[in-house]
Design a binder for this molecule. Structure first.
Ligand code: HEM
Length: 469
């Protein structure tokens, strides 16, 4: 059994959390090069922590060894969202997942699809007539917020605009508590971000409890009738499901999709994605491979064990880094290139090597719902619009925390296909054919392949480590 490469240094002084939060991608890239391997250790959150950057290591951590590497119940997520499935282990977690499973699959998922279609249409139908480029991340975040508040709380922006605005504002304040230090200080005329977040949480909980008591319809109605362990369980979970984190993750993926398929050189890819749902599926896999919304997730070793052949002592943290796992050259050839066709070729059937939605028994319970929503939103865009960066040259360098997206909000112009007289399929097939091995537009490609020293970062830690729901 080998010793883990790297060093955990001494307590406090050896802590590398700040360096990691500033530039997680550069942090891992530099150490992977230095140690000549994709599993190594360092000190994060003042705990010796294994960083896992290989597909094989990630599968072992989240799959075979998921009974040894457990969720941390003292995680910051617990501080902000209370006790939820996210930070629970063992039988309790299994039972909660089983209870929720119905709400996110089958009939319940089916009954969400009409609402998803309506929200996409309402939010996306006018994006070309505003006459100016769109800040796509903000647009998609609003779309994501309408989705979660409508689906999970029966609060629809078109029917109850004031309540919708109020909840959206509270969710944002609550979210800011996640990324501010957990210091609950309140003096006249000033309160810390954390105490504002706690106040927002209390107000949200009042709204949620009222809904759980009075609404018999939809998700909130079904959740209210589940046999959950205690009376606050449903409310705690609703707080998590409507949190700002989910619209941010949805907006991250939609933004990356829009950028990857923007401009004239991507006309053929857009056509193909519209006409062939399998191709759209491959595009979306490639989008989540290159730009996973969350940087990863964290576990704690419950006992002495091994990971990727290295000895890991009890009490060590272990973090999988989705960005690095997804670019593991052992599995993904040309790891930095955007190649949707890899999913029908060499990587066909290997979706389980991705971890954008976690992996193994503790993967994301919202993944099916997210896929339905993404496909609906992307198909709407593809069906109705051509789009390009506006202005054409923009700095698209990504930041990775709290969710992945270009550090400078990208702006995009949309042109309705009907207006451009290009909606007839026969006309579209006359467009110039694309290279089969197409890559990203130059600017985005630069952003994807740049080295750590070129990475744009404003130097502020954006979030704690536990950023994935
Ligand atoms: C783009 C959207 C989403 C992304 C990228 C995402 C990502 C993730 C990831 C990476 C994990 C695993 C965390 C870990 O390994 O520690 C996770 C777990 C989870 N996700 Fe999602 N998620 C998304 C949407 C949703 C939605 C819509 C819901 C439900 C409302 C949801 C609920 C959860 C829950 C409850 C867990 C914890 C599962 C457990 O610990 O057993 N997520 N998600």
């Amino acid at each position: 059994m080998s010793k883990l490469p790297g060093s955990a240094g001494v307590s406090l002084l050896g802590d590398k959390s700040l360096e990691f939060y500033r530039d997680p991608v550069g942090f891992c890239r530099q150490r992977t090069d230095k140690h000549g391997g994709r599993v190594f250790h360092s000190r994060l959150l003042n705990r010796p922590t294994v960083l896992v950057c290989s597909v094989r290591g990630m599968r072992e951590l989240l799959g075979e060894k998921s009974g040894v590497f457990l969720k941390d119940p003292t995680d910051l997520m617990t501080n902000v969202y209370g006790d939820t499935v996210v930070t629970t282990n063992g039988e309790e977690a299994c039972l909660l997942r089983l209870s929720f499973n119905n709400l996110f699959t089958g009939q319940c998922l089916q009954s969400s699809s009409d609402y998803i279609t309506r929200v996409c249409e309402r939010r996306l139908k006018d994006i070309s007539i505003r006459g100016k480029p769109e800040c796509v991340y903000s647009l998609f975040k609003l779309l994501g917020t309408e989705l979660v508040l409508g689906l999970f709380l029966n609060v629809r922006a078109d029917e109850q605009p004031e309540l919708f605005q109020e909840i959206m504002q509270l969710c944002t304040e609550h979210w800011h508590g996640l990324i501010s230090a957990p210091v609950n200080v309140k003096v006249p005329l000033w309160s810390s971000g954390f105490s504002t977040a706690l106040e927002a949480r209390d107000k949200l909980m009042d709204i949620i409890k009222d809904k759980l008591q009075n609404d018999r319809e939809g998700f909130v109605g079904s959740l209210g009738s589940l046999p959950l362990p205690d009376s606050s369980c449903a409310a705690q979970h609703l707080l998590l499901f409507i949190s700002a984190l989910i619209p941010k993750a949805l907006a991250s993926l939609l933004t990356s999709f829009t950028l990857a398929l923007s401009g004239n050189q991507q006309v053929e890819a857009r056509r193909q994605a519209l006409e062939d749902p399998d191709y759209l599926h491959r595009v979306l896999l490639e989008v989540q491979r290159l730009w996973p919304p969350f940087i990863g997730g964290r576990r704690i070793a419950e006992e002495d064990c091994t990971l990727a052949g290295f000895h890991v002592p009890k009490g060590y943290g272990a973090v999988y880094i989705s960005h690095a796992v997804h670019r593991d050259p052992e599995v993904f050839q040309q790891p930095d290139a955007f190649l949707p066709e890899r999913w029908s070729g060499r990587n066909a059937g290997q979706e389980h090597f991705l971890c954008s939605f976690g992996n193994g028994p503790r993967n994301c319970i919202g993944v099916k719902l997210t896929n339905v929503f993404l496909k609906e939103a992307c198909t709407y865009l593809l069906k109705h619009y051509d789009w390009c960066l506006d202005p054409p040259s923009q700095d698209l360098e990504y930041k990775w925390l709290p969710v992945s997206r270009p550090a400078n909000p990208p702006s995009v112009s949309f042109t309705r296909l009907e207006d451009a007289g290009r909606d007839a399929p026969d006309q579209r097939s006359a467009r110039p054919a694309m290279r089969s091995n197409w890559c990203l537009g130059d600017s985005l490609k630069d952003a994807v392949t740049c080295g750590p020293e070129e990475s744009a970062c404003d130097g502020r830690p954006r979030a704690q480590l536990e950023i994935a729901p």
